[in-house]
Design a protein around this ligand. Structure first.
Ligand code: ISJ
Length: 286
């Protein structure tokens, strides 16, 4: 019975280094439990979770905001930063003070950062550029746009390539402006799936928490894998993983709540968002 139920659980994993600590040690558990892990960029996972093709996933926090009535958040898990994020960059041909960007190409892989950029442009820089979705290829984007937003590993690679561009770290601007943390991804589960498979979810949640704890207790395996697969040196990846934050406590919730409020104010979201958390004991009976 449990085996069959587990077979129908599919978990979405973000295909970027930023999410590795949450997933690095989850694979073994998933295999043993007969859970499929689906590896995709955030925008694709956002869609698969919304359509019920997967039941639980790391998704853009913005995607949680759009679907908060249907989803629950797995507590204490996120991808965020309080300051520089080092992989969410607006690349500009000219410094913003010198030339007002009119067209910005935004990666099709993101939801949180595209809307964070819109919030920062509108409220912080007081600018209204046009945003056009594009594949995450910086050179092609900049053929027709004044600036380009990239996230994840492609953003890291381009931050290493010295192309003479102005590079703005959105996590840093958000933190300087608001004084708060920002959360880019959360782990969300479809409410009805949690209610249908409470035991499987209980075990899966513990496996996520264990992956995070083990990854952060010793970053070396992740750092080695990053150097092999993505390049860079151990010092870079040590800095990268320790600048990110994987908790979702009061600090992170405060920052994300403000982000959702601004998104609502600007019409990027059509409702006020509430943070609902998965509670092992109570949820199936609600
Ligand atoms: C930290 C990052 O955050 C990512 C940004 C996302 C978005 O903009 O929708 C989604 C998931 C996060 O993993 C990153 O891209 O490097």
């Amino acid at each position: 019975m449990t085996g069959r139920l587990n077979k129908s659980l599919r978990v979405g994993r973000i295909d970027y280094a930023n999410a590795w600590p949450l997933f690095h040690y989850l694979d073994d558990y998933a295999e043993q439990a007969g859970i499929d892990v689906v590896l995709k960029v955030p925008a694709q996972l956002n869609r698969l979770l919304r359509e019920g093709e997967i039941q639980v996933s790391a998704v853009s926090s913005f995607a949680y905001g759009m679907n908060d009535r249907d989803y629950v958040l797995l507590p204490h898990l996120s991808v965020g930063s309080e300051g520089k994020v080092n992989s969410i960059f607006l690349f500009l041909k000219e410094p913003i003070e010198k030339k007002t960007p009119e067209r910005i190409a935004v990666t099709t892989t993101s939801a949180t950062s595209v809307n964070l950029l819109k919030i920062l442009m509108n409220k912080y820089y007081e600018l209204e550029p046009a945003y056009e979705p594009a594949e995450p290829e910086l050179d092609q984007m900049l053929e027709w746009a004044d600036g380009a937003l990239l996230i994840g590993d492609p953003a890291i690679r381009e931050s290493w390539a010295n192309k003479g561009l102005t590079v703005i770290d959105l996590g840093e601007v958000w933190n300087q402006w608001t004084g708060l943390a920002m959360t880019y991804a959360v782990i969300a589960a479809r409410r009805e799936a949690v209610a249908a498979y409470p035991e499987a979810f209980g075990r899966l949640y513990k496996a996520f928490a264990a992956s995070k704890e083990k990854s952060l207790a010793d970053l070396e395996p992740l750092i080695n894998k990053a150097c092999e697969q993505l390049g860079g040196d151990p010092a870079y990846w040590q800095m990268y993983f320790t600048s990110l934050n994987y908790d979702f406590g009061p600090k992170q919730q405060e920052g994300l709540t403000l982000y959702f409020r601004y998104a609502k104010e600007l019409g990027l979201l059509d409702h006020e968002v509430s943070l609902h958390f998965y509670q092992e004991e109570t949820l199936p009976n609600r």
